[in-house]
Design a protein around this ligand. Structure first.
Ligand SMILES: O=C(O)CCC(=O)C(=O)O
Length: 286
């Protein structure tokens, strides 16, 4: 199984020949009363959110999307035919303001400083498999995924995935799993088997409209959706502006930038720029 995992991530074919697979083919059974991580996320100040994230490598932002906006997003997913896993999401207008959503941008700036960039957005749905037993997928970190295929977007020195959950998670609705504090463990290499950390993994049961931040070096996993409903989520990726990727990445189309309001535009420019850029902000503000 480890060989299959490595091959799927590395995509080199040099480990052995044969069928390709993905991290989603692995499923470690878990009991519905497996440990759930809970904290008073609703009452954290921005500084407390920053400190919680530094300590644990993840953070929940309750109600990052208002119920009225969530309703619109669900309707547009249907009317614009979003399905499976896709980055072709901007035809649905309700997706656009999520980029500069103050509920997530304020804690992102507390964590990374004023100058942040938005570099990727994707819609991901997990179809229902009500007859299956719940299973957690492979523990992994997001740093560097795609690099071997020439997609350098995940290779920034430091970045955060913001999962916007559009469905209530439960032990049967593909809960998010995380190893709290794994962002501060420096001994593992990305893309290797991390299943020995199994006993440290905790479920996080976001509600529809909540966001979960997870750092590119935080060990985490998704899981099977054994409910009767589709599990829908959006993953939006942000980095500090200084942390440019190690290879060339596409810029956002000029038209996309030109049409954006000022708050969004700031987040979309200079995808290939990094430390050489002259930043206007002062570090260590908080
Ligand atoms: O589906 C989820 O909750 C987490 C997704 C995930 O593991 C990832 O984006 O790397």
């Amino acid at each position: 199984m480890i060989k299959r995992f490595l091959r799927s991530f590395r995509n080199t074919g040099d480990i052995d020949n044969g069928e390709t697979t993905s991290i989603h083919d692995f499923s470690a059974p878990y009991s519905p009363d497996a440990p759930v991580f809970e904290a008073d996320f609703a009452n954290m100040s921005t500084v407390e959110q920053r400190d919680f994230f530094a300590e644990n490598g993840f953070l929940v932002i309750p109600q990052a999307i208002k119920p009225s906006e969530l309703k619109k997003i669900h309707a547009e997913i249907v009317s614009h035919g979003l399905t499976g896993t896709t980055e072709d999401i901007w035809k649905a207008p309700s997706m656009l303001p999520l980029i500069e959503n103050e509920k997530i941008v304020a804690p992102l700036r507390a964590i990374f400083g004023e100058e942040i960039r938005f570099f990727k957005g994707a819609y991901v749905e997990a179809p229902p498999q009500p007859d299956a037993e719940p299973g957690r997928h492979w523990l992994h970190v997001d740093y560097g995924i795609g690099e071997r295929d020439g997609d350098f977007r995940n290779s920034c020195a430091s970045w955060i995935n913001v999962g916007y959950y559009l469905t209530d998670l439960s032990p049967r609705h593909a809960p998010f799993w995380v190893c709290p504090g794994s962002n501060r463990w420096y001994h593992f290499v990305p893309e290797v088997d991390m299943e020995y950390m199994n006993d440290q993994a905790r479920m996080v049961l976001a509600k529809a409209g909540d966001a979960i931040f997870f750092h590119s070096l935080t060990v985490h996993a998704t899981s099977d959706n054994v409910s009767n409903e589709i599990r829908q989520a959006l993953f939006f990726s942000y980095r500090p502006a200084w942390a440019r990727p190690i290879g060339p990445v596409p810029e956002w189309p000029q038209e996309f930038i030109d049409k954006a309001p000022p708050e969004r535009r700031k987040l979309l420019v200079g995808m290939n720029q990094g430390l050489e850029y002259k930043f206007s902000t002062v570090a260590g503000k908080n």
